[in-house]
Design a protein around this ligand. Structure first.
Ligand SMILES: Nc1ncnc2c1ncn2[C@@H]1O[C@H](COP(=O)(O)OP(=O)(O)OP(=O)(O)O)[C@@H](O)[C@H]1O
Ligand code: SF4
Ligand SMILES: [Mg+2]
Length: 329
């Protein structure tokens, strides 16, 4: 398999504050990777940094991002913009901010075909309606003539998905793509994304919902306080997590969890990134924490084939997870 995207040791800072540090992952052609973690863990910033779309106050403070062999972080702006139009697409977490309130939705989608594909006005309109119908917007012909505020949150989310997929990108970053949607629409969108995956689309899916992740991704990266703390395939990581934080996330997730036990939130809150705790950032919340965890920050290391964990006691966690699974079976 061809590696399309290689993110290595990425760091993002606001002034002196590192909101993301040491995030690494790669993505093969047609593969889907999930990024999970609690609110504020750096999921959106990591993906925005990859596409050169960080908010003005933030900057990339380290690391490399290679796309198809090219360095995205040092690429001239116009070239990066062209790539974002042609090959790299994103569904933003906040769909309203990404739409122009004073232009009809059909016009905004159609513009993409006019600008990038040289489509005529009529052709652009036809393709915009098609793209809207494909994401399940009923009566797309009429709705193309309406403005963003005339769409519900879920419908706007579908519009964003239609725009992101319109030009058939090679990579789609989907930041909480189904959060605003009810379960029926969510299932429909996931089916559409799966069809595109089968046609070769590579995806990074960011989600709070471990159930959505299980249905879309092959591999997962878990972020905590701006750092990657675990990675592995969905199958292996869900079955035997190698980091106590992942164990906690799974226990807290209604959809990835054993239906016989109610979800149990992780005690405490993620740290303030302006003053992270010393040692392992998870230690104030970790049921396994001991002295070494308070003094020494664990490296992200390989703990099994294709598995990484940033826990001093990852092997112990892996063994415990195996025991729990056996006990439940
Ligand atoms: N514009 C900003 N100015 C200052 N700090 C910011 C800004 N945007 C994000 N941050 C901080 O950076 C950290 C990571 O933010 P990010 O948006 O990547 O989190 P996230 O994992 O996407 O969370 P969520 O699940 O809530 O979307 C957070 O602590 C956040 O407070
Ligand atoms: S290093 Fe220590 S505190 Fe951190 S996750 Fe592992 S056991 Fe818990
Ligand atoms: Mg986010």
């Amino acid at each position: 398999m061809n590696t399309l995207l290689e993110v290595s040791d990425l760091a993002v800072a606001f002034g002196d504050v590192r909101a993301v540090r040491g995030v690494s992952f790669d993505l093969d052609e047609g593969e889907t990777l999930a990024i999970v973690g609690e609110s504020g863990s750096g999921k959106s910033l990591s993906s925005l940094a990859v596409l050169g779309l960080l908010p003005a106050q933030a900057r990339v403070a380290g690391g490399t991002v290679r796309w198809d062999g090219r360095d995205l972080l040092t690429m001239p702006d116009d070239e990066l913009r062209r790539l974002r139009g042609e090959e790299l697409a994103i569904i933003f977490q906040d769909p309203l901010s990404a739409l122009n309130p004073s232009l009809t939705v059909g016009y905004q989608i159609g513009e993409m075909f006019r600008r990038r594909r040289g489509a005529s006005r009529e052709e652009a309109r036809r393709r915009a309606v098609e793209a809207m119908a494909e994401v399940g917007i009923p009566d797309a012909g009429r709705r193309a003539g309406q403005y963003p505020h005339e769409f519900s949150g879920g419908m706007r989310q579908r519009v964003m998905i239609a725009m992101a997929l319109a030009l058939e990108p090679r990579l789609l970053i989907a930041d909480e793509p189904t959060t605003a949607l009810d379960v029926t629409v969510q299932a429909q969108i996931l089916r559409l994304l799966r069809t595109r995956q089968q046609q070769g689309l590579a995806m990074i899916i960011i989600s709070h919902d471990l159930g959505v992740v299980a249905r879309t991704a092959r591999r997962v990266v878990v972020l905590y306080a701006g750092r990657a703390v675990e990675s592995g395939t969905v199958a292996e990581l869900y079955d035997r997590p190698a980091h106590p934080y992942t164990v906690g996330l799974m226990a807290a997730s209604p959809s990835a969890h054993d239906p016989d036990r109610p979800p149990r939130p992780i005690d405490g809150l993620p740290p303030d990134i302006t003053a992270p705790p010393g040692g392992c950032a998870f230690h104030p919340r970790c049921p396994l924490a001991r002295e070494r965890c308070r003094t020494t920050e664990p490296e992200l290391r390989t703990v099994a084939p294709g598995r990484t964990s940033a826990c001093h006691f990852a092997e112990e966690v892996l063994t415990r997870a195996g025991t729990t699974t056996d006990a439940r079976a």
